[in-house]
Unconditional design. Structure first.
Length: 84
């Protein structure tokens, strides 16, 4: 996996987190993988900070590593990495 692939944008629908990557791919993962995001408001989800390593929601204390998303890891696997 190339470490030069970064998140460009983040959006949500009812059940999923969607991350557009710098290489043109779009990753969609279930919000159920990230309970803090699942149970947050739309306004809270919009407060994401995108960094070279991943996504961070300060108010929710949530960090998602892009490399982990690309590998299919979720909060539920216990393989979390700090993103920002």
């Amino acid at each position: 996996m190339s470490s030069s692939v970064n998140a460009e944008s983040v959006r949500f629908d009812r059940d999923s987190l969607w991350v557009e990557l710098s290489d043109g791919r779009v990753l969609g993962v279930p919000l159920a993988w990230f309970p803090r995001l699942l149970h947050s408001s739309a306004a809270q989800r919009k407060q994401v900070r995108i960094s070279p390593r991943g996504l961070h929601w300060k108010a929710l204390d949530e960090d998602i590593c892009i490399a982990g998303l690309r590998a299919g890891q979720s909060y539920l696997t216990g393989d979390r990495d700090v993103a920002a």
